[in-house]
Write a protein that binds this ligand. Structure first.
Ligand code: AMP
Ligand code: FE
Ligand code: FE
Ligand code: ZN
Length: 279
């Protein structure tokens, strides 16, 4: 299973159907489309699921922050149409649009003449983000790669970086729970601060994405152990953004056994039994 893939509904380059088809080509049994702040691709992935005989787990990846550190929370087995979840995600996507407009404005004033309309076109109907800005900068020849765009211009603290409204991890965890899903801490290695993990667990995170392409073998082992010690689920995925993304077609390169999916489903069953009922 590859439990972490982005589609054109956020900053990936494959449509949800193409992801499911690629999962079949790669011989995977299941895949989860986990777009940034959006569940808009889930329905299409579910439809393709039957066609290609691949199990699709519903998913989302919510970007939150603690201080200056980004904390991404994956939500598995959510109801993609849950009202409160989709309302909050819509607000987050609105904040993304506003922020990208401000970043393009800053870039233009610094001599990088990219067009907001082009950036919006690259994002299509999906959750717009910095990778779309980076692609526009590459297109115009201002930078050679998306990485260079982040390193020089749009990474946190760089000249054209603008903050945006984000949820706190606790809010994302609650939202995912309300939508019937299981909250999992994404790629903890990218936070570069393991001391945050106990707090996030306290806040209701039920699993850790131990297996991720940007984790070293040692980190994968360490996070697997941290999860097991705390009785948390262990998940993993490629965080593929499709061919043409900054890292290429990573899908299927980080996979987890089906037992992970079964554990997620079991966790969902038990947490639903104990979840407080909203008035
Ligand atoms: P945003 O969601 O707009 O804050 O943009 C963050 C996204 O940009 C991440 O999900 C990655 O897909 C991508 N990203 C982050 N850092 C880099 C980098 N150094 N090079 C290329 N892409 C990056
Ligand atoms: Fe991304
Ligand atoms: Fe992430
Ligand atoms: Zn991701």
């Amino acid at each position: 299973m590859d439990l972490h893939v982005h589609s054109t509904e956020s900053d990936g380059t494959l449509t949800p159907s193409q992801i499911v088809q690629a999962a079949e080509d790669l011989g995977l049994a299941a895949v989860s489309v986990t777009d940034h702040d959006s569940t808009a691709g889930v329905r299409e992935a579910l439809s393709a699921s039957a066609e290609f005989g691949i199990e699709v787990l519903t998913g989302v990846e919510v970007s939150t922050e603690v201080g200056q550190t980004e904390v991404h929370i994956l939500g598995y087995l959510i109801d993609p149409e849950h009202c409160r979840l989709t309302t909050s995600l819509t607000e987050l996507r609105d904040a993304r649009r506003e922020r990208v407009a401000r970043m393009v404005d800053l870039l233009r004033r610094q001599g990088y003449g990219i067009d907001l309309l082009r950036v919006q076109e690259l994002a299509g109907t999906g959750a717009i983000g910095r990778p779309h800005v980076a692609r526009a900068l590459v297109e115009k020849g201002y930078v050679r790669s998306q990485e260079e765009a982040f390193d020089r211009l749009i990474g946190r603290g760089r000249a054209a970086y603008v903050d945006r409204f984000r949820l706190r991890p606790r809010e994302a965890v609650l939202l995912i729970g309300e939508a019937g899903g299981v909250p999992v801490l994404a790629h903890p290695g990218l936070m570069k601060d393991d001391s945050m993990i106990p707090d996030l667990v306290e806040q209701g995170v039920l699993g850790i994405e131990a297996y991720h392409p940007e984790h070293s073998a040692g980190e994968c082992c360490r996070y697997d152990q941290v999860a097991r010690e705390r009785g948390l689920l262990v998940t993993g995925g490629s965080d593929c953004h499709g061919p043409g993304g900054s890292k290429g077609m990573l899908m299927g390169q980080v996979v987890v056994p089906y037992a992970s999916v079964e554990a997620l489903k079991e966790c969902r069953r038990t947490s639903q039994k104990t979840a407080p009922v909203s008035p």
